[in-house]
Write a protein that binds this ligand. Structure first.
Ligand code: ZN
Ligand code: ZN
Length: 140
């Protein structure tokens, strides 16, 4: 079985020198099956490296974004979630009342995509979209 290349391997191949702090940020992102926030990355890295600063987390995330290695999703209200780009295609439903985030399948936008293509000749790229609204629970 071929092992999937880690973010660490990819950055090393690109010639980046990684400090132990940065490596811990990478490991935290890779270790989460789901999306992870900068605060969660910070908490997880700090468990092993107490002196890690949240600005290191942000700087590392900026680098990863710049290299196209992580996806950033704006959930509104200053909340951002991250995950490695290799993850399966999906989008998010974000409830504006309770803040709950639900993953939805990428196929949901296929029809819209086709329509934009047919009607407007526009090739839409839906990548990791956050759709805002009200969830079933909050709708009452
Ligand atoms: Zn809700
Ligand atoms: Zn996502």
């Amino acid at each position: 079985m071929e092992k999937k290349k880690s973010l660490l391997d990819i950055l090393r191949q690109k010639g980046y020198r990684l400090t132990p702090q940065r490596m811990m940020v990478l490991e935290a992102i890779e270790a989460s099956d789901d999306h992870i926030s900068a605060e969660e990355i910070h908490a997880s890295a700090r468990a092993r490296y107490p002196y890690i600063n949240i600005s290191t987390v942000y700087r590392t995330l900026d680098l990863l974004k710049e290299k196209g290695l992580v996806t950033e999703t704006d959930l509104g209200g200053g909340r951002y979630l991250y995950h490695p780009v290799g993850k399966a295609q999906h989008h998010h439903l974000v409830c504006g009342k309770c803040g709950k985030v639900r993953d939805i399948d990428a196929t949901v936008f296929q029809q819209l995509r086709d329509e934009l293509k047919n009607k407007y000749g526009f090739n839409a790229e839906f990548e990791h979209i956050a759709v805002f609204g009200t969830c079933k629970n909050c709708e009452g």
